[in-house]
Design a binder for this molecule. Structure first.
Ligand code: ADP
Ligand code: ZN
Ligand code: MG
Length: 493
């Protein structure tokens, strides 16, 4: 039998913080501005310009640290990480090496074997780099395109330079792609709930580097690891882990060694290639940034941050089970977005029917969000209106089919359901007199179905109910229609 291997994974996760301004200057962090318009002497690295720490960055970073059960020492400071690259106008990145803000935290995840703790090594603050745009241009000199008219060139946009990041470094505690996914989903949910970042992998507000090694099962020492970058979806992360563990096991099986290196995962090809080995790893010559004061983190201030922490997803989970007696499936969906959870709680407080509210949110709301390609955060439904819609159904003023139509208009246009139902005359036809008239008309027009029913074909009644619903424009209560129909047909035998 072949050898058994175990995969060992540690992550380095960069998260862009949701501040309005950059980490060391007042420039906007808004996405999508014209290139180099959100810049100033500080974030373009002009000589003599002086950085000043944005207090909100510290608040978000500390809030994340507290939520990840970290120890936050009374002092932290910033260091310069020196390297030359055109997206980095200062020729150094301001980061934290020697005294990071947070240390020794942990997150508990659910795995197939039960609960498991993933330790956090540290969390530090740093600034993002600018963005390079590589282009190819053609400049004709004599009306014809010649080979040397084609120029490759790069442009640089410093709007992103100086956007605040936190880097969360885990211990090598994960053992599979499933555990990594569970960890990242939980981490993302915590940070989103804190409002510290939207954590979107695709858009780069959350970036994950995967460090992976394999070792023979039962051995204690870790194997040599590689680091994989360029992973911008959960799917890419999972595939990269699977690909890399196979590659390393294959090397070991052939008696070869794994080289410590950085690899770039190409998701389209389903393979990775080495980009930098340990030998040519850069020496960043870190040193304390002389332009920035050490940051004293007072205990009182930390307590204040802690006291402002909103209820996190896991706490909601427990409370929803007790308070609303909802199935875990419902709860999982409701708490997947803080916005959805808030809408649920506020609507339930108004109408007192948790399961009905949950059904609207899990069903029609998620379907429409999907169809419209919208994030739950963009949901504009007001709790008052959703509660009012539920009441309209409960009081049998409209039936379920009509309610679904009204819901859709409410979702898209934010109308008041009660007013809309009245304005459009969507109330259920509950007046027995009017309903009976319609039924008689339907009975008269469908002698064949009436005969079938009388011969004992129960199914024929379904057709007649359908015809009646059509006649009323869907505004009758099908149960009521059926009851009355039977009454009429049985009476006139
Ligand atoms: P460095 O400072 O050289 O980057 P670190 O100790 O900071 O190394 O580790 C970086 C990341 O690599 C961490 O997330 C850590 O958990 C992970 N890591 C370290 N050793 C291993 C290993 N043998 N296998 C897998 N991951 C590892
Ligand atoms: Zn600036
Ligand atoms: Mg490191």
């Amino acid at each position: 039998m072949g050898k058994q291997y175990e995969t060992v994974i540690g992550l380095e996760v960069h998260v862009e913080l949701a501040t309005k301004t950059k980490i060391f200057c007042g420039c906007s962090t808004a996405f999508g501005g014209e290139p180099n318009t959100h810049t100033c002497p500080v974030c373009t690295g002009m000589p003599g310009a002086l950085p000043m720490l944005n207090r909100q960055v510290l608040e978000y970073a500390a809030a994340v640290g507290l939520a990840l059960n970290c120890r936050i020492p009374p002092l932290c400071k910033f260091d310069r990480k020196n390297y030359f690259y055109p997206d980095n106008p200062q020729n150094y990145q301001i980061s934290q090496l020697y005294l990071p803000l947070c240390r020794e935290g942990s997150i508990e995840i659910d795995t197939v074997q039960g609960k498991k703790t993933v330790r956090i090594h540290e969390i530090h603050m740093e600034e993002d780099a600018g963005k390079l745009i590589h282009e190819t241009g053609v400049e004709q000199r004599d009306g014809q395109t010649q080979e040397d008219d084609i120029q490759e060139y790069s442009l640089v946009d410093y709007n992103r330079a100086g956007i605040p990041l936190i880097e969360i470094v885990t211990e090598p505690d994960m053992r599979s792609a499933e555990e990594v996914t569970a960890f990242l989903e939980k981490l993302r949910r915590i940070i989103q709930y804190l409002g510290a970042s939207d954590c979107k992998l695709q858009e780069g507000s959350m970036r994950v580097d995967v460090n992976l090694s394999v070792r023979e099962k039962g051995t204690e020492a870790y194997g040599t690891r590689t680091e994989m970058k360029n992973l911008n979806s959960f799917r890419a992360i999972t595939r990269a882990i699977q690909g890399e563990q196979e590659r390393q096991i294959h090397l070991l099986e052939e008696g070869k060694a794994v080289m410590q290196e950085t690899r770039r995962w190409e998701d389209s090809k389903g393979e990775s290639y080495g980009v930098r080995s340990k030998e040519d790893a850069r020496d960043y010559r870190y040193f304390p940034d002389p332009d920035l004061m050490p940051v004293v983190v007072s205990r009182d201030w930390l307590e204040e941050i802690r006291s402002r922490q909103p209820e996190l997803a896991e706490e909601k989970l427990e409370r929803y089970r007790k308070e609303y007696q909802l199935p875990d499936y419902d709860i999982g969906i409701l708490i997947s977005s803080r916005h959805l959870a808030t809408l649920f709680e506020e609507t339930t407080a108004l109408c007192g029917q948790p399961k009905k509210v949950s059904n609207w949110l899990m069903g029609d709301t998620l379907r429409l969000l999907n169809e419209r390609g919208m994030e739950p955060e963009k949901l504009g439904i007001s709790p008052e209106y959703l509660a009012s819609l539920i009441r309209l159904v409960d009081e049998k003023i409209i039936n379920n089919t009509v309610a679904k139509e009204v819901f859709q208009v409410m979702f898209d246009k934010g109308v008041d359901p009660k007013q809309y139902v009245e304005a459009m005359g969507l109330q259920t036809v509950s007046d027995e007199g009017i309903l009976k008239q319609t039924l008689e008309k339907v009975i008269g027009a469908n002698p064949k179905s009436v005969e079938d029913y009388r011969k004992g074909k129960e199914k024929a009644i379904g057709f007649l109910v359908g015809q009646t619903m059509k006649e009323t424009g869907g505004k009758a209560e099908p149960g009521e229609v059926k009851r009355l129909l039977k009454e009429l047909l049985d009476a006139s035998v």
